[in-house]
Design a protein around this ligand. Sequence first.
Ligand code: G6P
Length: 611
Amino acid sequence: MCGIVGAVAERPITPILLEGLKRLEYRGYDSAGVAVIEQSGALQRCRRSGKVSELAQALLNEPLHGRLGIAHTRWATHGAPCERNAHPHFSGSDLAVVHNGIIENHEALRAELCGLGYEFSSDTDTETIVHLLHHKLKTFPDLADALKAAIPELHGAYGLAVISASQPDRLLAARSGSPLVIGLGLGENFLASDQLALRQVTDRFIYLEEGDIAEIRRNSVQIWDESGALVEREQVQYHEGAEAADKGEYRHFMLKEIHEQPAVVQRTLEGRLGSGRVLVQAFGAEAAELFARVKNVQIVACGTSYHAGMVARYWLEALAGIPCQIEVASEFRYRKVVVQPDSLFVTISQSGETADTLAALRNAKELGFLGSLAICNVGTSSLVRESELTLLTHAGPEIGVASTKAFTTQLVALLLLTLALGQVRGTLDKATEAELVEALRRLPTHLGEALAMDKKVEKVAELFAEKHHTLFLGRGAQYPVAMEGALKLKEISYIHAEAYPAGELKHGPLALVDSDMPVVTVAPNNELLEKLKSNLQEVRARGGELIVFADQQAGMANGEGTHVIGMPHIHDVLAPILYTIPLQLLSYYVAVLKGTDVDQPRNLAKSVTVE
Ligand code: G6P
């Protein structure tokens, strides 16, 4: 949530900061700003409400030239999204701060600092940091010492960067609950909240750990850990193509990411399938021993990742015979939980930095779980570092705020987990495992076939352009797929969408159905098909218009008010992965028709590092 970029170099850094902000805009985009120490030694800033492009335009008119600077793109938490609240925030004329996260004791700090004579010019919690630091500088003239003195007084989760015109050779950073990475150059160094922002300038990174404070100069980096000890952190070379931050031939990142799914699913499977079985060691060296003891699974996640976990519950209970509970992280973390004996704690997260999911993992460690497993897309994330076992999803950077390829790769990873647990515990027979491993190998081809239906889905999207409400129905493991379809539609087209298990229709939502409320259904050819068909009759009888994504062998045909889109036939267990694709395409094309900002929908952010 929010993006930070910083640079200390021998060349003009404003273009680097701006490019970094553009790459981070998926994290927050309601205002943006940059502050640099100019050649004259003066600290100058430029801020704008709205997107980074507004800031870039403003900088064309009033350029900022400097070799040390910080920049920020904001997703408002405290204070409305306007220029006055945009970062960087100043104290006096020579100290500037940018900040991600929340300072929870900001009200008390504000009162204290006002008592000391500081005047606030914004409604943000961030401004308390910069004034507190200014105050500490009176006792600790060195910027790093002042920051070390201020940090214990800041409660909450944050990542922050500081520059001072009086000490113009360094950039200071502190991490507590919100990620920061240092990018290493030759005679220049950089800072960002995500390495994606810096891939234009370097491929060598140091990830700060919880509690770290860093002093970054042109030719050196010093890091102190939580206890104040000077530490060496590992340098990581990043190899993945920098083109990930590029839309290529596609109009939007979301469409590009939808079309990447066959390739990234293939990548997620690589090295994890043996002959007729899942390779359990893919989950880590200790996985086999741990999995053998697992009698229960507790899954915790947020948003789209939560929906992936809901599908996994059907798989874990049906295929591996393991009881499974699933809960959204924001509820789990604050609830008194009764932990079943021998439970494995599983988190699912694209970013690995979602505040609630991380907090739930930290709580779980106190609750007596057998161990923790993270299913995550970012190998360097906090979630991965704090979990005992990890299975990476290899979806590559996902830029569109609405999650697509992260979801399908999570589903693949969760099916691998199901098969691995069933195998190790002996609850899944060998023939079924081999059959599903074969089906998984064919999955990328089936996903390609589903994507080839692009134009048909685009046509059907026209039915939604003027509608205000929709209903999504599914049964069994397709119910969470319907939930994910509804989430996609509301996220990017702002149409109210609700998902129901089809069997619940008559217990309330049927009252809403009329010709103005399209009903979207996913209908693979399984044992619930006939029951689903009856549910659909209930809709048609009330004049509701049906859009049905159905297995070609399901025997469903177009008719008045019924639009059937034939899907490739697939193994029933894998159907949730396949049927996700047309629902993603549907929401995408509805959003395009409505002219919304597909990749950066209003009020949302990609990575939610605040509660
Ligand atoms: C935000 C994103 C969603 C995502 C959710 C959980 O709300 O907009 O797309 O599903 O966070 O994020 P995570 O990174 O933990 O999967």
